[in-house]
Design a protein. Structure first.
Ligand SMILES: [Mg+2]
Length: 269
Protein backbone atom coordinates (compact mmCIF):
# COMPACT_ATOMS: atom_id res chain seq x y z
CA UNK A 1 0.00 0.00 0.00
CA UNK A 2 1.37 3.43 -0.89
CA UNK A 3 2.21 5.70 2.03
CA UNK A 4 -0.48 8.19 1.04
CA UNK A 5 -3.20 5.53 0.67
CA UNK A 6 -5.85 6.20 3.36
CA UNK A 7 -7.31 3.46 5.53
CA UNK A 8 -10.89 2.34 5.07
CA UNK A 9 -13.14 2.85 8.10
CA UNK A 10 -12.97 -0.89 8.83
CA UNK A 11 -9.16 -0.73 8.82
CA UNK A 12 -9.14 2.49 10.85
CA UNK A 13 -11.38 1.16 13.60
CA UNK A 14 -9.63 -2.24 13.64
CA UNK A 15 -6.72 -0.51 15.36
CA UNK A 16 -6.83 0.54 19.06
CA UNK A 17 -8.16 4.10 19.25
CA UNK A 18 -8.46 5.71 22.71
CA UNK A 19 -11.04 8.22 21.47
CA UNK A 20 -13.04 10.44 23.83
CA UNK A 21 -13.91 13.57 21.84
CA UNK A 22 -15.10 14.20 18.27
CA UNK A 23 -13.92 17.36 16.51
CA UNK A 24 -15.55 17.84 13.14
CA UNK A 25 -15.66 20.33 10.30
CA UNK A 26 -19.11 21.50 9.13
CA UNK A 27 -19.51 22.55 5.46
CA UNK A 28 -18.91 19.56 3.19
CA UNK A 29 -18.57 17.25 6.23
CA UNK A 30 -21.90 17.62 8.09
CA UNK A 31 -23.92 18.99 5.17
CA UNK A 32 -25.63 17.68 2.05
CA UNK A 33 -25.63 20.21 -0.78
CA UNK A 34 -25.04 22.92 1.81
CA UNK A 35 -27.84 21.96 4.24
CA UNK A 36 -28.21 20.02 7.48
CA UNK A 37 -30.31 16.87 7.18
CA UNK A 38 -32.71 15.06 9.48
CA UNK A 39 -30.24 12.16 9.54
CA UNK A 40 -27.48 14.46 10.76
CA UNK A 41 -29.60 15.75 13.64
CA UNK A 42 -30.50 12.19 14.57
CA UNK A 43 -26.85 11.15 14.41
CA UNK A 44 -25.76 14.03 16.66
CA UNK A 45 -28.54 13.22 19.14
CA UNK A 46 -27.49 9.57 19.24
CA UNK A 47 -23.84 10.50 19.80
CA UNK A 48 -24.82 12.83 22.64
CA UNK A 49 -27.05 10.17 24.23
CA UNK A 50 -24.18 7.68 24.09
CA UNK A 51 -21.84 10.13 25.83
CA UNK A 52 -19.76 11.28 22.88
CA UNK A 53 -19.04 15.02 23.00
CA UNK A 54 -18.91 16.65 19.56
CA UNK A 55 -17.26 19.98 18.79
CA UNK A 56 -17.91 21.62 15.43
CA UNK A 57 -14.80 23.42 14.13
CA UNK A 58 -15.58 25.47 11.06
CA UNK A 59 -14.37 28.35 8.97
CA UNK A 60 -17.79 30.05 9.23
CA UNK A 61 -18.08 33.39 11.01
CA UNK A 62 -18.46 33.94 14.76
CA UNK A 63 -21.88 35.44 14.03
CA UNK A 64 -23.14 32.32 12.31
CA UNK A 65 -21.47 29.83 14.66
CA UNK A 66 -22.69 31.45 17.90
CA UNK A 67 -26.14 30.00 17.15
CA UNK A 68 -24.97 26.41 16.58
CA UNK A 69 -24.25 25.75 20.25
CA UNK A 70 -27.80 26.90 21.04
CA UNK A 71 -29.63 24.77 18.48
CA UNK A 72 -27.57 21.59 18.09
CA UNK A 73 -26.79 18.77 20.57
CA UNK A 74 -23.07 19.53 20.65
CA UNK A 75 -20.47 20.32 23.33
CA UNK A 76 -18.94 23.32 21.58
CA UNK A 77 -18.49 25.21 18.33
CA UNK A 78 -15.40 26.96 16.99
CA UNK A 79 -15.61 29.66 14.31
CA UNK A 80 -13.22 31.25 11.83
CA UNK A 81 -10.81 28.29 11.55
CA UNK A 82 -9.73 28.46 15.19
CA UNK A 83 -10.42 32.15 15.87
CA UNK A 84 -13.39 32.10 18.26
CA UNK A 85 -14.88 29.36 20.51
CA UNK A 86 -18.37 29.01 21.95
CA UNK A 87 -19.04 26.56 24.80
CA UNK A 88 -22.50 28.08 25.32
CA UNK A 89 -24.50 30.87 23.69
CA UNK A 90 -23.02 34.32 24.32
CA UNK A 91 -19.70 32.92 25.57
CA UNK A 92 -17.40 33.94 22.72
CA UNK A 93 -13.75 33.26 23.55
CA UNK A 94 -11.24 34.98 21.29
CA UNK A 95 -8.53 32.38 20.61
CA UNK A 96 -6.15 34.57 18.61
CA UNK A 97 -4.16 37.27 20.43
CA UNK A 98 -5.77 40.33 18.81
CA UNK A 99 -5.60 43.36 21.16
CA UNK A 100 -7.71 45.73 19.03
CA UNK A 101 -10.41 44.09 16.91
CA UNK A 102 -11.43 47.35 15.21
CA UNK A 103 -7.86 47.99 14.06
CA UNK A 104 -7.50 44.32 13.11
CA UNK A 105 -10.56 44.38 10.83
CA UNK A 106 -9.33 47.59 9.24
CA UNK A 107 -6.03 45.84 8.46
CA UNK A 108 -7.85 42.83 6.98
CA UNK A 109 -9.93 45.13 4.79
CA UNK A 110 -6.76 46.80 3.50
CA UNK A 111 -5.17 43.44 2.66
CA UNK A 112 -8.33 42.39 0.81
CA UNK A 113 -8.32 45.68 -1.14
CA UNK A 114 -4.68 45.10 -2.12
CA UNK A 115 -5.26 41.61 -3.51
CA UNK A 116 -8.40 42.87 -5.29
CA UNK A 117 -6.08 44.97 -7.46
CA UNK A 118 -4.75 41.71 -8.93
CA UNK A 119 -8.06 39.78 -8.75
CA UNK A 120 -10.76 42.45 -9.27
CA UNK A 121 -13.60 39.91 -9.36
CA UNK A 122 -13.16 38.90 -5.69
CA UNK A 123 -16.42 39.26 -3.72
CA UNK A 124 -16.47 39.42 0.09
CA UNK A 125 -18.52 36.52 1.49
CA UNK A 126 -22.06 36.90 2.77
CA UNK A 127 -20.95 36.16 6.34
CA UNK A 128 -17.94 38.49 6.29
CA UNK A 129 -19.69 41.27 8.29
CA UNK A 130 -20.13 38.86 11.22
CA UNK A 131 -16.44 37.96 11.48
CA UNK A 132 -13.92 38.98 14.12
CA UNK A 133 -10.56 37.40 13.33
CA UNK A 134 -10.44 36.69 9.57
CA UNK A 135 -11.74 38.01 6.23
CA UNK A 136 -13.47 35.85 3.65
CA UNK A 137 -14.39 35.96 0.01
CA UNK A 138 -16.32 33.49 -2.13
CA UNK A 139 -14.22 30.76 -3.72
CA UNK A 140 -16.43 30.39 -6.81
CA UNK A 141 -14.73 28.24 -9.45
CA UNK A 142 -11.15 29.35 -8.85
CA UNK A 143 -8.45 27.07 -10.25
CA UNK A 144 -5.76 25.51 -8.02
CA UNK A 145 -3.25 27.83 -9.72
CA UNK A 146 -5.37 30.87 -8.86
CA UNK A 147 -5.63 29.72 -5.23
CA UNK A 148 -1.87 29.21 -5.07
CA UNK A 149 -1.39 32.75 -6.39
CA UNK A 150 -3.71 34.15 -3.74
CA UNK A 151 -1.81 32.25 -1.05
CA UNK A 152 1.51 33.70 -2.21
CA UNK A 153 0.03 37.21 -2.39
CA UNK A 154 -1.30 36.97 1.20
CA UNK A 155 2.00 35.54 2.47
CA UNK A 156 3.90 38.45 0.93
CA UNK A 157 1.63 40.81 2.88
CA UNK A 158 2.27 38.90 6.12
CA UNK A 159 -1.07 37.05 6.37
CA UNK A 160 -2.20 33.44 6.16
CA UNK A 161 -4.50 32.09 3.45
CA UNK A 162 -6.61 28.95 3.29
CA UNK A 163 -9.83 27.79 1.65
CA UNK A 164 -12.70 25.37 1.97
CA UNK A 165 -15.40 24.23 -0.44
CA UNK A 166 -17.21 27.53 0.03
CA UNK A 167 -14.81 30.34 0.98
CA UNK A 168 -11.28 31.71 0.94
CA UNK A 169 -9.89 33.06 4.22
CA UNK A 170 -7.30 35.73 4.97
CA UNK A 171 -6.24 35.22 8.59
CA UNK A 172 -3.56 36.16 11.14
CA UNK A 173 -0.49 33.90 11.02
CA UNK A 174 -0.61 31.13 13.61
CA UNK A 175 -4.40 30.76 13.54
CA UNK A 176 -5.64 27.30 12.55
CA UNK A 177 -8.23 24.75 13.52
CA UNK A 178 -5.55 22.63 15.21
CA UNK A 179 -4.16 25.58 17.20
CA UNK A 180 -7.69 26.47 18.30
CA UNK A 181 -8.45 22.93 19.48
CA UNK A 182 -5.17 22.76 21.38
CA UNK A 183 -6.04 26.04 23.12
CA UNK A 184 -9.50 24.98 24.30
CA UNK A 185 -8.66 21.42 25.43
CA UNK A 186 -6.89 22.33 28.71
CA UNK A 187 -9.68 24.70 29.73
CA UNK A 188 -12.82 22.88 28.60
CA UNK A 189 -11.65 19.23 28.57
CA UNK A 190 -8.79 19.24 31.11
CA UNK A 191 -8.58 15.45 31.35
CA UNK A 192 -8.10 15.01 27.59
CA UNK A 193 -5.11 15.24 25.26
CA UNK A 194 -5.06 15.70 21.49
CA UNK A 195 -4.22 12.00 21.14
CA UNK A 196 -7.75 11.17 22.39
CA UNK A 197 -9.48 13.34 19.80
CA UNK A 198 -10.99 12.05 16.56
CA UNK A 199 -10.74 14.81 13.94
CA UNK A 200 -12.92 14.83 10.81
CA UNK A 201 -12.88 17.10 7.76
CA UNK A 202 -13.05 17.44 4.00
CA UNK A 203 -10.86 20.21 2.61
CA UNK A 204 -7.65 22.29 2.87
CA UNK A 205 -8.81 24.40 5.81
CA UNK A 206 -8.97 21.12 7.78
CA UNK A 207 -5.42 20.01 7.01
CA UNK A 208 -4.04 21.10 10.40
CA UNK A 209 -6.52 18.64 11.96
CA UNK A 210 -4.93 15.89 9.85
CA UNK A 211 -1.37 16.49 11.18
CA UNK A 212 -0.51 13.06 12.63
CA UNK A 213 2.04 14.55 15.02
CA UNK A 214 -0.79 16.43 16.77
CA UNK A 215 -3.92 14.37 16.02
CA UNK A 216 -3.02 10.73 15.32
CA UNK A 217 -6.69 9.78 14.80
CA UNK A 218 -8.10 11.66 11.81
CA UNK A 219 -10.67 10.84 9.16
CA UNK A 220 -11.78 12.50 5.95
CA UNK A 221 -15.19 12.17 4.34
CA UNK A 222 -14.86 10.84 0.80
CA UNK A 223 -14.93 14.28 -0.87
CA UNK A 224 -11.57 15.02 0.78
CA UNK A 225 -10.08 12.96 -2.06
CA UNK A 226 -10.88 15.90 -4.40
CA UNK A 227 -8.08 17.80 -2.62
CA UNK A 228 -5.76 14.86 -1.88
CA UNK A 229 -2.76 16.07 -3.88
CA UNK A 230 -3.03 19.61 -2.44
CA UNK A 231 -3.07 18.66 1.25
CA UNK A 232 0.06 19.20 3.36
CA UNK A 233 -1.38 16.67 5.84
CA UNK A 234 -3.83 13.93 4.96
CA UNK A 235 -6.32 12.07 7.14
CA UNK A 236 -5.38 8.56 8.28
CA UNK A 237 -8.63 7.15 6.93
CA UNK A 238 -11.39 8.10 4.50
CA UNK A 239 -15.08 7.15 4.47
CA UNK A 240 -16.75 5.44 1.51
CA UNK A 241 -19.45 8.13 1.19
CA UNK A 242 -19.06 11.89 0.80
CA UNK A 243 -20.14 14.70 3.11
CA UNK A 244 -22.75 13.99 5.80
CA UNK A 245 -23.27 10.40 4.64
CA UNK A 246 -19.57 9.85 5.38
CA UNK A 247 -19.94 11.46 8.81
CA UNK A 248 -22.86 9.13 9.53
CA UNK A 249 -20.70 6.14 8.56
CA UNK A 250 -18.28 7.26 11.26
CA UNK A 251 -21.17 7.77 13.69
CA UNK A 252 -22.33 4.19 13.22
CA UNK A 253 -18.80 2.90 13.84
CA UNK A 254 -18.48 4.95 17.02
CA UNK A 255 -21.88 3.85 18.31
CA UNK A 256 -21.60 0.22 17.31
CA UNK A 257 -18.01 -0.84 17.64
CA UNK A 258 -16.44 1.17 20.40
CA UNK A 259 -17.56 1.52 24.01
CA UNK A 260 -19.04 4.92 24.80
CA UNK A 261 -16.61 7.20 26.54
CA UNK A 262 -18.79 9.64 28.48
CA UNK A 263 -16.95 12.76 29.43
CA UNK A 264 -18.54 16.05 30.28
CA UNK A 265 -17.19 19.38 29.19
CA UNK A 266 -15.85 20.66 32.49
CA UNK A 267 -14.53 24.21 32.46
CA UNK A 268 -11.72 24.69 34.94
CA UNK A 269 -13.29 27.76 36.47
MG1 LIG B 1 -15.44 21.69 4.96
Amino acid sequence: MAASQPLTLAEFFAQPRPLKLIVTDMDGTLTQRGKFTAALLSGLERLQAAGWPVIIVTGRSAGWVSGLIHYLPIAGAMAENGGVYFSAPSTAELLSPIPDLVHHRRQLGEVFAQIQHQWPDLQASQDNPWRQTDWTFDIGSRSPQDLKGLQVACQRLGWGFTYSTVQCHIYPLGQSKAAGVQKILPHHFPSLSATEVLTIGDSPNDESLFDPQVFPHSLGVANVLDYWERLAYRPAGVTASPAVEGFLEITERLLGHLPPAPIAATPRD
